[in-house]
Design a binder for this molecule. Sequence first.
Ligand code: Z5A
Length: 213
Amino acid sequence: MSVAGRFVTLEGGEGAGKTTQIRRLAEALRADGQDVLVTREPGGSPGAEEIRGLIVSGEPGRWDPVTEALLLYAARRDHLERTIRPALAAGRWVLCDRFADSTMAYQGYGHGLGRQAVLDLHRAAIGDFRPDLTLILDLPVEIGLRRAAERGGAGRAEDRFERMGCAFHQRLREGFLDIARHEPGRCRIVDAARDPDAVAADLIAAVRSRFVP
Ligand code: Z5A
């Protein structure tokens, strides 16, 4: 739990609408009078953005799963120390597009590293730091991949994960749902297959009901 501000993460598979929704959530919270920082992973600090380039581009098999997870946690620690903790300490709300649950889902479940290996890495890199609230945007794999393809999809500079195949993306979806089963107090699943206004309304209501007295 953060000390001063609130740390809220958005998670989900390909084309779930995180980037679309995080902007809308930030606008709603700013209208409520909150000081909001929007950030993302991999990335969110100058060092972590450099590491991002190594992770999201190139051939799908460029890294073995352990190396990939180590790169992600190196980026995450830098992001946490340089961006997230200072903002929370200043009383800001931090909304983050992906965080540690993405490593659990993509590397732990998708690439088969397993839950315990990712939990051990998490503890070694960032201790017991966790989001205050995680919103998981859930939708069928085929809808998400279609949205990603319509947006530009495979062939973009950052398309490495989009080219990993349907079975991989199905494991991710199951992984995110399993994460929510393990931590129901922190995680909230939202049906992301609906139109953007309906999804935004649910996300904003989930945040307000959790934090606004
Ligand atoms: N990764 C990892 O493996 N391990 C980790 O620990 C972390 C990340 C942190 C980069 O992530 C990659 O890194 C990511 C996982 C891996 N894999 N990939 N690819 P990223 O978050 O920077 O990029 P992304 O995950 O590729 O974004 P995305 O999932 O493809 O998109 P999104 O942000 O969820 O969705 P969007 O950009 O808002 O929307 C996509 C399109 O759908 C767009 O054209 C929208 O206009 C449209 N859209 C959005 N919402 C709707 C609704 N409701 N209806 C219809 N159309 C919609």
